[in-house]
Design a binder for this molecule. Structure first.
Ligand SMILES: [Zn+2]
Length: 321
């Protein structure tokens, strides 16, 4: 064999054969998360995510399964039924996994944060226990951990992507379509029936005529403070929330009205009196995805967490990491 031929064979081996052999010895992770190339472990128990603690402003790599116990403590009452807590664990896991392949301008160095208004809320064990009585402390933390452990690695999938599993505290007789609250129409966030029995959160807020006009002016109108309040042309979404309404001649989306007047949800009726305006509000939250009170009601009815998730998230699959 000529010297040049020998080196050609060696070079060929380095470029083509050795990498293939290495591939056989170290195959690609079989269960990396679809749509989430950053998945860092084959093993759900050891799967980690980078998390920005917004209280301490520090980023750390946390075990997802441990982190989820603190998410449950922050996001759902620990007194809720076990099956509702399990549904919440799977929903929160799916939501977090859905965020992993997206860059986040608010925290580019971390996949998720602990700000409930941005990603998902989270409480360390010590803080969670401060919320509970002495009798409840250990039992509740163990209950939350059990809900996470019972569903280890389980999350929801739609079209090979982790489901952005939104949820909210309480709603009316139906949930909302995602596009009626935000921009995107997600096929698994459809308006479905919601039964919270007599447990639905109801609230009432009254504003004087002057306060009502002031709040509208803060939102861009330029009305004299003596203007008489008027509310007309109320249209509603499939879920029953206000889609839009005209307040003193200007048309707002229901979600804008919720924000302007600090209402618990956009599902409201309005009563206009000569010198005041009263909002009667049904539910608490945006109304998209799983109602937590609804999930608790279904669990009390004997439904398991799979049935709860399949009800609130349309045409999803529950899979394991
Ligand atoms: Zn965040």
């Amino acid at each position: 064999m000529k010297k040049t031929q020998f080196f050609t064979i060696i070079l060929f081996s380095f470029i083509f054969i050795f990498p293939c052999l290495l591939g056989l010895c170290f195959p690609r992770k079989p269960n990396s998360i679809p749509g989430n190339p950053q998945s860092s472990s084959d093993n759900a128990e050891n799967f980690t995510v980078s998390c920005l603690n917004t209280k301490t402003n520090s980023v750390s790599e946390v075990k997802l399964e441990d982190h989820l116990v603190g998410v449950l403590a922050a996001e759902m009452p620990a007194s809720y039924e076990v099956e509702a807590l399990k549904a919440q664990a799977v929903a929160a896991r799916s939501y977090i996994l859905s965020k992993l392949d997206k860059t986040n301008p608010e925290h580019p160095n971390a996949a998720i944060c602990t700000n409930p208004a941005h990603c998902k809320g989270w409480l360390p064990e010590s803080e969670a226990k401060e919320k509970w009585s002495d009798k409840e402390k250990n039992a509740y933390w163990q209950k939350l951990r059990a809900a996470v452990t019972a569903t280890t690695g389980e999350y929801m999938l739609y079209d090979n992507q982790a489901v952005e599993a939104c949820f909210f505290a309480s709603g009316g007789s139906r949930t909302e379509n995602s596009e009626d609250v935000w921009q995107a129409s997600l096929p698994y966030l459809r308006s479905v029936e919601n039964n919270e029995y007599s447990d639905t959160t109801l609230s009432q807020t009254t504003f004087s005529a002057k306060e009502f006009i002031q709040k509208l002016n803060n939102a861009g109108t330029q009305l004299p403070l003596g203007t008489a309040p008027t509310v007309s042309d109320i249209s509603r979404t499939d879920g029953g929330a206000v889609a839009s309404a005209t307040l003193c001649g200007k048309t707002f989306k229901g979600t804008e009205i919720r924000k302007i007047f600090g209402l618990k949800s956009a599902n409201f009726t309005v009563t206009v009196a000569p010198d005041s305006v009263t909002f009667d509000v049904i539910g608490n939250g945006h109304g998209v995805g799983m109602s937590q009170k609804g999930a608790n009601s279904m669990a009390k009815d004997g439904k398991n967490y799979t049935e709860i998730l399949l009800h609130y998230y349309t045409n999803i699959q529950i899979v394991k990491m």
